[in-house]
Structure formats: structure tokens, C-alpha cells
Design a protein around this ligand. Structure first.
Ligand SMILES: Nc1ncnc2c1ncn2[C@@H]1O[C@H](COP(=O)(O)OP(=O)(O)OP(=O)(O)O)[C@@H](O)[C@H]1O
Ligand SMILES: [Mg+2]
Length: 591
């Protein structure tokens, strides 16, 4: 092992004189406690390393020892249900966000192993060689590491085994024998290999109408959630963690306030999975680096999280990774870079901010795994732009790499209009690919309805600007109707309370029913207007109020009530239209 001695240290960054060869990105152990660090620059016989732990007490002369390999984490069945720091070391209990200095990883757990291979078989890299069953019954696949292949010499019998126990002995192409356990190490900065990447075909169903129906993200896609202070980023990510249709959730709390993180750590273990009724934690991994934890580890945490997500993807699962917030991660990058005197770029961030963001988002994908299954990692990253300014570097670079942009809006949040996603600033780029999927969910008109809703919302913004000048009452009836309809779409469809037991999540079928019903209202309202019915008369109809409230009133179980509501709508507006055509002057006054 190469050694070095500290010359200089500032916060998480140290310079050391090397007494042997070190490699870029090599993991190192610093000082008597063996604090975890990583080489980030080499110059002559000097190296610069960032240390992922509290460096108090370290001083010049203290020894740095190379590990001979890059920073790696241990991936295995014990991850599910765990709460870890940025280097995947377990956080002790939910109340405390703390790890032992120098600690490397979680203690191995025990699982029931069932082999899926036998001696003499040839296994390719990434093959499934068995399953590991947790005490609560969840089954995971045991994978050969992505770069190991060979002939099976021996496989352990079915039974209870420690995660680290060697279960499989292989002879590789070079004739060397190697031992494989349920878990294996993988360097966090290297994407795990796959057979092929697949184009987006299906959206990630989030249960949020505003997202699924207007700005869907692909399963295996990437979305950014930029939003100023307190606009609802964390609540939205938590809602998605609870309600989206991923098999596994990786939740990364990155540099957020300790008390906010403690809230997540406290809440998640108590949540039940709406799909199975079992604890949600059984299919969740939480990685937490609160703002009071060492800053450099925050930088690593984003790579650890996406590596964990890829590991589950490689088991043929669909994984959603929520990162809250990528801005705090970028700040960690900035702080470390500043400490060792790199030339700051835009906003003080290092020049490689953009490429690092690209590397992270690039790891989201739907893939064919090495074992031949289909799996995906969807990345949803919150951004906290200072003063909500979306032109700042982290937001503007992230925009280039994501396919869906869910812009949270301070004014909507202040009006308690949740989720506070501004439909005029948000966008999604894969929508054409999802028309067939929506048609299969019973909403063949989805592309047209989506365009219509968006056009209406844009028109609303334009008219509201005008109304501020000339007064709303001075607008002609046609424009008043646009405002009424846009308001209805906002209230009845886009607004969705994360706290409502009925409405916090909406299935695609329910979203489709609501969307079609509103589309029908827009048609009939236009006919009514042409027949001389004033918009305010429509607004006063009981059926209009029923539409406004349908999200709260009609739950998943009584979805057929949308049809009854539509029948009522057809009848009431049909009569108004008829009366208007028969007696144009009377229509404006008769009830
Ligand atoms: N979907 C929602 N439904 C109901 N209330 C919400 C919703 N979203 C946000 N809120 C309210 O807004 C508050 C702030 O939300 P949140 O903590 O998610 O904001 P944030 O954008 O993460 O803030 P920060 O910038 O401080 O991280 C919440 O405590 C909650 O009261
Ligand atoms: Mg937050």
C-alpha cells in the first residue's frame, strides 16, 4: 500500500507528500482512525485528497494510506430497508444522523439463499446465480459482479447465509478460482455495465395528475424539480416516493437541514406501501447527508445513490431515485474545489459542474441488463436555485440533461396551490412516445386533450395580464369563458392535495376519466356560449361545482361515478344550449 504524509489541511481537503504511487480517485484512509478519503488531484509527488469525514484533530505529518482501488461501496440484499450515509455506512437509529469515524460499511445481514445454478454451468458476467430471501419474505436476486464470469465449481446448498459468506466458487477464463458472495463491491463513480439501453416507451406513473397527464417523465427517464425556498420540493419528492409505480425507491437526502432529514428518517419507517400494505421501507433505501454532516461525503452520496439504484435495476427492477437536493451537492463540489484553489467558474462553481451533472443524469435509463432482463433507473432531482432564479448555473445546466422539467412556483405555493408546479414554465420532451401507452389506459385522446389543456393555460396567462389592465368584466364573454375553463382545469385537475386520503394519488384510469370529462365540459361550454349562455351562468351550475370537487369526491373505488357525472353534464348543458338556441334573448336570464 502506498503511503503519504499530510502537508496541509483545510476542512475536508488535504495535501500530502506521497511516498509511493497513488492513482486519481483512489480511496485512501487518513490518520489513526482511518477516515475515508479519495485522491482528487496528483501533482509531482504531492496529492490532494478530499476526506469524507470530520477532519478535526488531523494535522501535518499524519499518515494517509492508499487502498489500491477506487472508492467503492458494498452492494447486496442488506441494502433494502436501510438508512445510510453518503458512503453507505448505516446511520445509527432514526433519531441520530451519525456514523462511527472510519467505519467502512454496514454489518452483514443473514438471508435465506436458494441457488439457481449448479456445478459445471458456465455463467456470464452479471448472471443471476440464486435468490436471497429476507426474514419478512421479500426475495432479491443474487448477481454475479458485472466483470466476473466463468464455470461453476461449487455452489452452496439452500439455507441461511451471511451476506458476505462465499456461496459460489467459479473458475474464470484464465483458470483462476474466485469466490462470490450475495453482495459485491462496486466503484461508485463507474456506471454499472448493461447489455443495451432502450428508448423510453412507458411513463413512470407518479399518481400526480399534473405530472402524469401534462408533463410525464419516462420510466428510466430524468426529471428536474427546481423550486425556490419552501415551494414544496421535499413534499413532492416524498409524495412520489410513496406513490410512484417503481419497484424500489432510493431516496437521497443531500445536504438538506438536519431536522428536515430527521423528518424523512422518522416518517418513512412508519409508512405503509399502498401497493402491498407492507412497510414501504421494505423496498426503500434511504441515503442521508444532512447539512451538518461532512461536506465532501455529500459529493459522494449522489454517486452512491445512483450506484445503488443501478444495482437493483440489474436485478430486473424498476427503480426511482429521488435526490433532494442536487443544489446542495453542487455546493459541496464548489466548497471542495474552492478549498484547494481551483479557478472558480460561473457562480463560483468549478468548470466541471456541467459535466458532473451530465454524468449523474446520464445514469438514468431503461436497459436490458447483463442477465437479459428489463430494468430501469428513473432520476428525479430537486434543485434549490438561490432566490428561485432559474438562470443560475445548476438549474440551467440541469435543463440540458433532463427530459422533464417540473418548475415549482413561489406564487402558486404561496396560494397553497399544490403541487405548485407552474404549467407554463414546465415541460416534458418524451410525450409523443407515451400516446400509445395512454391509449392502452383508455385515454386515446390524451395527446389532443393535453395540448388543449396547455393551450388553455397559456391563454389564461395572456388574458389575465390583459384583465389586470382593463378589468376582468371588460373582457368579452368568449375570453371570460376561457378564464372560467382554465380555472376549472387548475382547480379540478391540476390541484391535488398530498394530504387528502382520496386524492393524494390518482391512477391512470382515474386521471383519464377526469381528463375526458373536463374535455367534454370544454366542448359543451363552447356550444353553450355560441347559444348565448353567459359564462357566469355556467359557473353557477351545481354540475360545475361537482366538477370542481370531483378529485375529492370521486375516489378510485367509485370511478364509474365519473360516467354519471358526465351524463348529468350532458343533460344540464344540453338543456341550456337548447333553450339558448330556441330563445336567444331569454338564455342569458332564464334558469
Ligand atoms: N403537496 C403539498 N400539499 C400540501 N402541503 C404542501 C405540499 N407541498 C408543500 N406543502 C407545504 O409547504 C411546506 C414547504 O414544503 P417543502 O418543505 O416541501 O418545501 P421545499 O421546497 O422542500 O423547501 P426548502 O427549500 O426549504 O427545501 C410544507 O411544509 C407544507 O406545509
Ligand atoms: Mg426541501
Amino acid at each position: 500500500m502506498s503511503r503519504a504524509r499530510i502537508l496541509w489541511i483545510s476542512g475536508p481537503v488535504l495535501r500530502a507528500r506521497a511516498e509511493g504511487p497513488f492513482a486519481m480517485r483512489e480511496a485512501v484512509a487518513v490518520g489513526p482512525q482511518g477516515l475515508v478519503g479519495e485522491v482528487i488531484r496528483l501533482e509531482g509527488d504531492e496529492l490532494v485528497a478530499q476526506v469524507y469525514e470530520d477532519t478535526s484533530g488531523l494535522k501535518p505529518g499524519v499518515e494517509v494510506v492508499g487502498s489500491g482501488g477506487p472508492l467503492a461501496i458494498r452492494l447486496g440484499p442488506g441494502l433494502l430497508g436501510g438508512i445510510f450515509d453518503g458512503l453507505l455506512r448505516p446511520l445509527a437509529g432514526t433519531g441520530s444522523i451519525h456514523v462511527q469515524p472510519g467505519q467502512r460499511r454496514a454489518a452483514a445481514r443473514t438471508f435465506d439463499f436458494t441457488p439457481a445454478v449448479s456445478a459445471g454451468m458456465r455463467l456470464e458476467a452479471g448472471a443471476v446465480f440464486g435468490t436471497a430471501t429476507a426474514a419478512h419474505g421479500r426475495v432479491q436476486r443474487c448477481l454475479l459482479p458485472p466483470r466476473v464470469s466463468g464455470e461453476v465449481l461449487h455452489v452452496a446448498a439452500a439455507g441461511s447465509h451471511d451476506e458476505d459468506a462465499p456461496l459460489l466458487r467459479l473458475r474464470d477464463a484464465g483458470g483462476r478460482a474466485c469466490e462470490i458472495a450475495m453482495g459485491h463491491d462496486w466503484p461508485v463513480r463507474q456506471p454499472r455495465p448493461v447489455r443495451a439501453r432502450r428508448p423510453a416507451a412507458k411513463p413512470l406513473v407518479t399518481g400526480q395528475r399534473l405530472l402524469d397527464s401534462l408533463f410525464p417523465v419516462a420510466q428510466g427517464g430524468k426529471a428536474a424539480i427546481p423550486g425556490g425556498f419552501g415551494t414544496g420540493k421535499t413534499v413532492l419528492l416524498e409524495t412520489l416516493a410513496k406513490g410512484c409505480d417503481a419497484d424500489v425507491i432510493v431516496y437521497l437526502g443531500c445536504g438538506e437541514r438536519g431536522n428536515e432529514m430527521a423528518g424523512v428518517l422518522d416518517e418513512f419507517p412508519r409508512l405503509l406501501d399502498p401497493r402491498s400494505g407492507r412497510p414501504l421501507m421494505e423496498r426503500t433505501v434511504i441515503i442521508a447527508n444532512a447539512s451538518n454532516m461532512p461536506v465532501a461525503a455529500r459529493e459522494a452520496s449522489i454517486y452512491s445513490a445512483v450506484t445503488v439504484a443501478e444495482y437493483f435495476r440489474d436485478q430486473g427492477l424498476h427503480v426511482a431515485l429521488m435526490a433532494d437536493s442536487t443544489s446542495r451537492w453542487a455546493e459541496a463540489l464548489r466548497e471542495v474545489s474552492g478549498r484547494f484553489g481551483e479557478l472558480p467558474g460561473e457562480g463560483g462553481y468549478p468548470a466541471y459542474l456541467a459535466s458532473r451533472l451530465a454524468e449523474f443524469y446520464e445514469r438514468a435509463a431503461t436497459v436490458e441488463t447483463l442477465a437479459g432482463d428489463s430494468g430501469s433507473v428513473t432520476v428525479l432531482g430537486a434543485i434549490s436555485p438561490p432566490s428561485g432564479d432559474f438562470s443560475e448555473p445548476v438549474t440551467s445546466h440541469t435543463r440540458r440533461y433532463v427530459r422533464a422539467f417540473w418548475a415549482l412556483d413561489v406564487r402558486r405555493a404561496q396560494a397553497r396551490f399544490y403541487p405548485a408546479v407552474n404549467p407554463l414554465q414546465s415541460y416534458a420532451e418524451d410525450t409523443d412516445a407515451f400516446a400509445a401507452w395512454w391509449a392502452a389506459q383508455g385515454n386515446g385522446e390524451w395527446p389532443a386533450l393535453r395540448r388543449r389543456f396547455l393551450a388553455l393555460l397559456h391563454e389564461q396567462a395572456r388574458l389575465e395580464r390583459m384583465a389586470r389592465i382593463i378589468g376582468k368584466d371588460a373582457l368579452p364573454p368568449r375570453q371570460q369563458l376561457v378564464l372560467l375553463c382554465a380555472e376549472l382545469v387548475n382547480e379540478a385537475f391540476l390541484r391535488q392535495s398530498a394530504l387528502s386520503p382520496v386524492d393524494r394519488s390518482a391512477s391512470p384510469a382515474r386521471q383519464a376519466a377526469m381528463m375526458r370529462l373536463l374535455g367534454r365540459f370544454l366542448d359543451l361550454a363552447e356550444l353553450a356560449l355560441s347559444a348565448g349562455v353567459a359564462p357566469e351562468r355556467l359557473a353557477a351550475l351545481p354540475v360545475f361545482r361537482a366538477l370542481q370537487r370531483m378529485g375529492e369526491d370521486i375516489g378510485e373505488e367509485d370511478i364509474e361515478r365519473f360516467a354519471a357525472l358526465q351524463a348529468q353534464l350532458e343533460q344540464v348543458l344540453g338543456e341550456l344550449i337548447h333553450a339558448g338556441r330556441e330563445a336567444p334573448d331569454a338564455a342569458a336570464t332564464v334558469d
